[in-house]
Design a protein around this ligand. Structure first.
Ligand code: ADP
Length: 510
């Protein structure tokens, strides 16, 4: 999966202090039922599952658990919305206005929504409030601007015919999202899907369902008709699979692990849905000896430690030219040691909680694998708590990593950097591409020719040169190779994913 965020992820010291109201009363904002046809409903079987605050282990609430029959209700609601002239024939300027109003509602409620995200996910509040929320708002504004520009073309065909194309909605879009950027990743798909006139059934990750539910509610408040956006929290193999297999769903937009992505593609084949997959990564961040070492160290640090490394585009393989290797490792380790682990709501915290105990166990398993495979643990790798509670781990740097080691091949989804040495440009390219993934890459050099040559040789959907973790609503993001296919963000990618083309022929001589 990917990392969200708007613009450059700045050095921690430049984040402004948190507002006073950063700890709202959660009881006012937690919504915990299914959101179908603009109404709160219980799951038909009456099931519910707990969602915890990973920083404290405390129960936030129990959330209604959608199963196949509830997913069916949501799909029916979405199909009705597609048949409802109020949505299907809505003036596109009005659709644009609704998306803009949703952006405004998110902006007006940003403190509360960001706090909800942090409570559910464990990420620092400054990340959810100062990076995620502004980016989400911008994303809805961007796609508000697209809603009245979804248009076809006229084609100069031979014969006495007039031929034109129309860009029509695909229909009901099932959106399945992961837990690392819960609202951002939902927004990346919901906004363009609605801009193109589709109806949506959103299945958020079971670890972090709360902000998606709030999004559904806010969409109704600003005037989206019933059934246009439905939210069905539940588990992957039940609710997720039911959505993917449902014959009433026309397209699936998925962000998650590569393993589940393969299952989704298989399950969607039966009904030939249009599928897009944004999957895992093991992105190389390549540092040449002629780079500004200070900038490269900073970029490598944010590349792997931002969002606790629970970022699909995390620069988890740091490839460093041999001649600067030792200096680089020393400086990266020093920066890692400054990544203060703490209460996600504190403004001094740089590393929040890992989303779940299960995920922390996975991360620790990789730390052990790194050690036993012979990599050198330079710093970090310690499981810890804050105030005696929660799932935390210190920022970790492994040096002397061989590209074939497990920690250099598998997506860890934690703050663990694997630093690998390379000899020259050709060696860097070979090592960078020595992966099944192709989501993102970073290149650090002052040599502009080298930068562009390497950028063109790397198998990755996004390449950052002398920067890392840059995102914008207008710039497409997605994978090469086993990081998936289809792009989020950018209007061209949205047209491709959320519309279908109809070609209309008119005889002119009869
Ligand atoms: P992660 O490793 O980030 O948890 P997953 O791929 O396991 O990523 O989960 C991403 C999303 O996919 C979640 O919403 C999860 O519930 C959902 N999911 C998991 N298994 C399936 C499945 N078999 N079919 C559809 N969705 C699934």
């Amino acid at each position: 999966m990917l990392g969200a965020g708007s613009g450059f992820v700045r050095a921690p010291s430049s984040f402004p202090p948190l507002p006073r109201q950063a700890r709202p009363d959660m009881s006012d904002t937690v919504r915990n039922r299914l959101w179908i046809a603009n109404e709160w409903v219980d799951a038909r079987a009456g099931a519910a599952f707990p969602t915890h605050n990973p920083a404290t282990g405390g129960l936030i609430t129990r959330v209604a658990e959608a199963r196949a029959e509830d997913v069916d209700d949501a799909v029916q609601a979405a199909r009705e919305a597609m048949g409802n002239p109020e949505w299907r024939r809505m003036n596109p300027h009005k659709r644009s206005k609704l998306l803009w109003k949703l952006a405004e509602a998110l902006e007006a409620n940003a403190d509360e929504v960001a706090a909800l995200e942090t409570a559910d996910n464990g990420k620092p509040y400054f990340e959810s409030r100062k990076v995620d929320l502004p980016s989400i708002v911008e994303n809805f504004r961007y796609f508000a601007g697209m809603a009245d520009k979804v248009q076809g073309s006229t084609i100069p065909v031979s014969g006495p015919f007039f031929n034109y194309t129309m860009r029509e909605p695909v229909g009901v879009v099932g959106i399945i999202t992961p837990w690392n950027f819960p609202l951002s990743l939902a927004a990346w798909k919901v906004a363009p899907a609605l801009a193109c006139g589709n109806a949506v059934v959103l299945k958020p990750a079971e670890q972090t369902p709360l902000t998606a539910l709030r999004l559904g509610e806010l969409a109704a408040e600003v005037g989206f008709p019933p059934g246009v956006l439905n939210v069905v929290p539940g588990f992957g193999p039940t609710a997720g699979a039911a959505l993917v297999r449902h014959p009433g769903v026309d397209a699936i937009a998925f962000t998650g692990s590569t393993a589940v992505g393969k299952t989704v593609m298989r399950d969607a084949a039966e009904t030939l849905k249009k599928v897009s997959l944004e999957l895992g990564g093991k992105s190389p961040n390549i540092v040449f000896s002629d780079a500004s070492l200070k900038d490269a160290v900073r970029g490598a640090s944010t590349g792997i430690f931002y969002g606790m490394g629970e970022v699909c585009a995390a620069g988890s393989r740091v490839l460093v030219e041999q001649s600067v290797y030792d200096d680089f490792v020393e400086q990266l380790a020093a920066r890692a040691d400054q990544m203060a682990v703490g209460d996600p709501m504190e403004s001094t915290t740089r590393l929040g909680a890992i989303v779940s105990e299960e995920q922390l166990d996975r991360v620790m398993g990789y730390v052990e694998a790194g050690k036993s495979d012979g990599a050198r643990l330079v710093t970090g790798g310690e499981r810890t708590t804050v105030n005696g509670k929660g799932n935390f781990v210190t920022a970790t740097v492994f040096a002397d990593v061989d590209p074939g080691m497990k920690i250099a091949q598998e997506e860890i989804f934690g703050p663990v950097a694997a630093v690998i040495a390379f000899e020259d440009v050709d060696d860097a390219i070979v090592k960078a591409n020595q992966t099944i993934y192709g989501l993102a890459a970073g290149i650090w050099t002052r040599d502009v020719g080298k930068a562009h040559r390497v950028a063109s040789e790397i198998q990755a959907g996004t390449v950052w040169i002398n920067t890392y973790n840059q995102y914008d609503s207008g710039s497409p993001f997605g994978g090469y190779t086993q990081s998936g296919f289809g792009r989020d963000r950018g209007w061209e990618a949205a047209l491709e994913k959320y519309t279908q083309v109809k070609s209309v022929w008119v005889a002119l001589d009869r």
